[in-house]
Design a protein around this ligand. Structure first.
Ligand code: FE2
Ligand code: FE2
Length: 147
């Protein structure tokens, strides 16, 4: 089986985990749920890793991308305009409490909003890839909502 297909299967497997699938209850942008969003970010992270030959660790990429927004609340009501600053830490803490994370995953989650979170800069390949993928996917979701 091809590397990419195997990764897509891992995304689906992880998305069907009852804890992970709770992200389906929350809206990210427009009509995109947080679960749809993290799946798109995960696919994009994999694509970037492949095309940039970044050689990231696949397990860290998978867990980091799938759990980067694992904060499990509706941010529109919960923290509004401060959401961008506050949710990486919340997602990291919940992910660490609920899963046996591969080393380096917490950092990926913590750093994914950089440069907004100035003091939490990506310091690994996996963190850079997820940070970039998240921005590309969020842009796409926002443009499609307005179009
Ligand atoms: Fe986020
Ligand atoms: Fe995100």
């Amino acid at each position: 089986m091809k590397h990419r297909e195997k990764y897509l299967e891992l995304i689906d497997k992880m998305a069907s985990n009852p804890k992970v699938s709770r992200m389906n209850q929350y809206i990210q942008h427009g009509n995109v749920t947080t679960l749809d969003h993290v799946k798109a970010v995960s696919r994009m992270s994999f694509w970037l890793n492949d095309h940039l030959h970044a050689n990231a660790r696949t397990d860290v990429l998978l867990y980091g991308s799938m759990l980067h927004d694992y904060y499990l609340y509706d941010w529109h009501y919960h923290d509004g305009r401060l959401h961008g600053f506050s949710h990486p830490k919340a997602a990291m803490a919940l992910a660490a409490a609920d899963f046996q994370l591969p080393d380096g995953t917490e950092h990926v989650i913590r750093a994914h909003m950089w440069p907004l979170t100035l003091f939490h800069m990506p310091l690994s390949r996996e963190a850079w890839l997820v940070t970039a993928a998240d921005k590309l996917v969020a842009l796409n979701e926002t443009i499609r909502k307005r179009g």
